[in-house]
Structure formats: structure tokens, C-alpha cells
Design a protein around this ligand. Sequence first.
Ligand SMILES: [Zn+2]
Length: 430
Amino acid sequence: MILQHECHLHLYGCLDPQDFWQVAASRAKTQATRFQWFLSEYERTTGVKLDADRWWSSDDGFARFKQTYVCDKPVSFEIFQAKFNLLIALFPPSPDDLWLAESVFKKHSLSGGFKEYRTFLPLYLPTMERTAYLRNLLLTANSFTTKTYQPRIAVSLMRADEETNNGYKFLRHFLDSNPDVAHLVTGIDFCASEKGHPPKSKQGFFKQVHADNKNHQHLAILYHVGEMWQNISLASAARWCAETAMLGAHRLGHALALGMDINAFKGSRIHESLDECRDHLTWIRLTLNELQAYGFGPADYQWLQNYAESHTEQDYVIWTYDDDLIEHTTRFQDAAMQIIAQRNPVIESCPTSNMRIGQLKSSSQHPLRRFLDHGLEVVVSTDDPGIFDISLASEEALLRRDFSLSDRELLRMNHKTQCLLADGPNIKTI
Ligand SMILES: [Zn+2]
């Protein structure tokens, strides 16, 4: 096995199903109200009324629990979230309860490597409690650190502007005030739903982080983008990836829309708001010189504009993915990938996660091979190995079997991940 390091993990989603089950019954009692919230949200999303008592009373209790918690086949993001809610319900962030983090670090310390875990900053906790929580989380990570296992933490911020700014301000102050553990924090992350949060809204914020990085601890900007999209065209979702790179994000999470096979959407329709479509056409106009150099020219722009005008109904453009639109969008993806390759951010690709939440029909629809063919810097991670019930070893087997990744390509990814995490605050700003 070559892959040892990974930089795209969500701390909560790392919890092993067996470890979780051991404490689930007592947690469901102590967190009774939150557990009821999980059950009702699960039923609302899936239509399934869970009989959770059987998780701990019947002979096949663990199998039943696992069936609910684990996401082992393609599902919508809403169903994935309904499963993730079980973790949220039973492990509210608290400075006095680091059981989940301890359990994850303990398990991962057995296989070792550099591992970067993202986790939300609980802004709703009072400042002192929030500070104690983050400090204790970092101290816990530190206590598991050995020569062979090096956990790191990236702090996930909410995408809404006010919460982004409040979380970031808190984090900068925390890092300045806690120099003994600050080196364990590698970056800030944006995850969860992208809906309503175009990357352009983060332009000012990214500028501020770049400026602060010159005089303070370096924080890499990690941005989930093009992972899931419902109300924007595939081309717009691919453009969001390019925009994020142009704004100076250091790493793009998933970027599925940037390189996936558009044929997966053949025959489907997407309703996109006129505002988003206008944003797309404007961005193409402003970037046309560069796009043209990569094979997407004025004739493509004209075709797109005509399509949008003739498929507008009220406030929406209706994109129907027939052969022409697929060909056109594929050409746009190729150009967008070249634009990103020039900026050289790292793409964090999580194939199993993408196959399941992206509901891809086969691995040939996944963008990983296309990313590599376009010269993009790609690393691979498991995202939520607990919920997906996978490991880095099983992911490597998948990469070899379905993506024909060579030892050389795997070594390069592993080395790149190590460099990203080992250098920590000393990484140069871009
Ligand atoms: Zn993720």
C-alpha cells in the first residue's frame, strides 16, 4: 500500500460504526431530545420510521444500526445528511467531552500517516467555552501524535458572510493566544451546501486571508466546490470551481462538476436562475481570451447565449442535456480545467464519496482520470471513512482497479499530501 496520508477528512464522519455502536445506547439516553430530532429528521427525509430500540435490544442490533448509519450505496445528499445527523445529535461539541475525537485519533494512529480533520467551529457556544473546546480538541490531537501519526485540524466555517467573518476573527485571535497548539491548525474550510453561496461572494474574504497570511500563521483556504448542485447548470458549477481557484483558494474539495462525464446527465433538465446564467455569460466574456486559448471561443459563447435566450421561461433558463449541450459543456470543462491548472491549486478528490453522494453510475463518470490528464495537482482522501465504511487502503485498491492509477501517480499524491500537512504554517502563500 502506498497511500498513507490524507488531507480531506471530516472528523465526525471518521467515527467507526463499531466504535459508535458501543456508546450509541447511552448517548441516546443522555442526548434524548437531540436523538428524537435525528429520528424525526430521518423519517422526514427517507420516509422510514426507525425502531432504534432494536439497535441495542435485538441479536442483529449492530447490523440494524450499521444499516442506518453507514452510507454504502448511492444516495441523495439529503439522505447522507440524515445519516450524518446521528453524529450531530449524539456528539454536541463540548470542552468536556472529546470522546469522538479520541476514538477517531486512536483508531487512525494504528495505521499512521499525516491526517487532516475538518470540524465545525461551534459559534453558538459562548466564547470561553468555544475556546476551551478548540483548545482541548487540539490538545487531544497532540496527545495522540507520534513519529508515525500526525493529526492536523482544519476549522470549517459557515458559508454565510457574517458567520464566516465571526468564525475567522475568533480563530485568528485563538491562534495568536494559543501558540503551543496553533501549529496543529492547517487551514479554514468551507463545506456543506453550496446552494446560494457562489464563490464570488468570498472575494473580499479570500483577500483578507491572503493578507493576514503574510503577517500571521499561514492558513490554507480549503473550499468544497462543484460537489453538489441542484439549481445551477453543470457549466456554472464547473465555472464556480475555476472562480474559486482564480480567487486564490489553496485547495478545491471534490470539484466533481469540473471534470465529471456530462453524459451522466443525458436527458435530464436543470432550471437555472436568470441571474446565475447572466453571471456565467459575464464571466465567460471577461475570461474569453484565456478560454479561447484552451479551445472555448467566441462561437461557443454565442451558441450559449442563443441557447439561454431561446430556453428562458419566466426567471429561469432550462438546460436540457442533449448531445449538443453535453458536447458544449464538455468543451467548457476542458477550458476551465486548463485555467485551474495555470493557478495550480490542489484538488482533493474523494472517489467513493463522489460515487455515492454524486450518484454516479460507474467510475468512468468520475473526473479523477480527466483531472490527471489535464495536469491538475490531485490528492485523494476518503472524506468520511466511518460513514462510508471504507479505508484509505480500500480507496487505493479502487484507484488501482477502476482508475488504473500507477505506483508513480499514487506516490506523487501521497508525497503531495505529506508536503501540504508537514510544512504546516510554513507553506508559502500563493
Ligand atoms: Zn468533504
